[in-house]
Design a protein around this ligand. Structure first.
Ligand code: C2E
Ligand code: MG
Ligand code: MG
Ligand code: MG
Length: 280
């Protein structure tokens, strides 16, 4: 009985610590948004055939005053739960448009939209104003959403997507294959791009199933007129495989990790990144 009691206390204390850590993070996150603690890193997206850089994905980073760099995997979910993602996401969108407006016209910027942001009635206004203020050409902007935003109230999601497309902005489905992955989404919603989740790319060499899925998605995209991007390409072997499957673009450490905006000109100057293919 005594041990039962102390176990209970132990769990309670552990739970308290968890809640406290979360509260602390939430307070810090609020301050970070008010302050100047965020930075966008940019990861190159490369055409599979030419190996030319065609765009960059904007990935937010948080420089915490005490903890150093905090991963988005840790704070994005909390920002989503607390609603702080709306002001944070707006900052990312505006900053990314400003940055990309200084890049060559054929280089795109991809910005992630969280489900809450996507459903915000202010979204369209924010996109229009971010484009207007930065002077970025709408077709240089791509917004990434995940399948989860299509699950609830898909009629208004469809209206929002058409509204965004009407502005000339592109839409990508992110992390394809990890969520509910209804193939009918690809027919019903006006996507320009499917990003095949990195979990499939990771196992391309070892899992016949993953290879079959990647091939099927690429073929489907091709017949629907939707571009495909392989996420998380790390090795020349993976590049070789996604290339053989006909994936249009790749993104991954093989061609570059996310880096501060000051590195963009250097990445563009290298242009055709000198990554040897497997046959070389
Ligand atoms: P995501 O949108 O799917 O972004 C791709 C993630 O994969 C990034 O992680 C990127 O650094 C990582 N990655 C790219 N290539 C490779 C590779 O070759 N190997 C491995 N192991 N990883 C690779 P990151 O930057 O930590 O971001 C994680 C997630 O956080 C993003 O996944 C996205 O869902 C979210 N996120 C990041 N920035 C934002 C933002 O500004 N707004 C919103 N709403 N979400 C964001
Ligand atoms: Mg993304
Ligand atoms: Mg992704
Ligand atoms: Mg992801």
């Amino acid at each position: 009985k005594t041990s039962g009691r102390s176990t209970f206390c132990f769990f309670e204390a552990e739970m308290d610590a968890g809640i406290q850590k979360r509260r602390r993070l939430e307070i810090d996150l609020r301050q970070a948004i008010a302050g100047d603690e965020f930075e966008i890193f940019y990861q190159p997206q490369v055409n599979t055939e030419t190996e030319n850089v065609v765009g960059f994905e904007a990935l937010v980073r948080w420089h915490h005053p005490d903890r150093g760099l905090v991963s988005p995997a840790e704070f994005i979910p909390l920002a989503e739960e607390t609603g702080l993602i709306v002001p944070l996401g707006e900052w990312v969108l505006r900053q990314a448009c400003k940055d990309a407006a200084t890049w060559p016209k054929n280089i795109k910027v991809a910005v992630n939209l969280s489900p809450l942001q996507f459903r915000s009635p202010l979204l369209i206004h924010t996109v229009v104003s971010a484009l207007g203020d930065s002077g970025l050409t709408p077709c240089q902007l791509e917004l990434e959403i995940t399948e989860s935003v299509l699950l609830t109230d898909s009629e208004s999601a469809l209206a929002t997507l058409h509204h965004i497309k009407g502005l000339g902005v592109q839409i990508a489905m992110d992390d394809f294959g990890t969520g509910y992955s209804s193939l009918s989404y690809l027919r019903l919603f006006p996507f320009d791009k499917i990003k095949i989740d990195q979990s499939f790319i990771r196992e391309l060499g070892t899992s016949k199933d993953c290879a079959a899925i990647v091939k099927a998605v690429v073929d489907l995209g091709y017949s629907l007129g939707i571009t495909t991007t392989a996420e998380g390409v790390e090795t020349p072997e993976q590049l070789d495989r996604v290339r053989r499957h006909g994936c249009t673009e790749i993104q991954g450490y093989l061609f570059g990790k996310p880096l501060p905006v000051s590195h963009v000109p250097e990445v563009l100057a290298k242009g055709q990144a000198a990554v040897p293919s497997v046959q070389d």
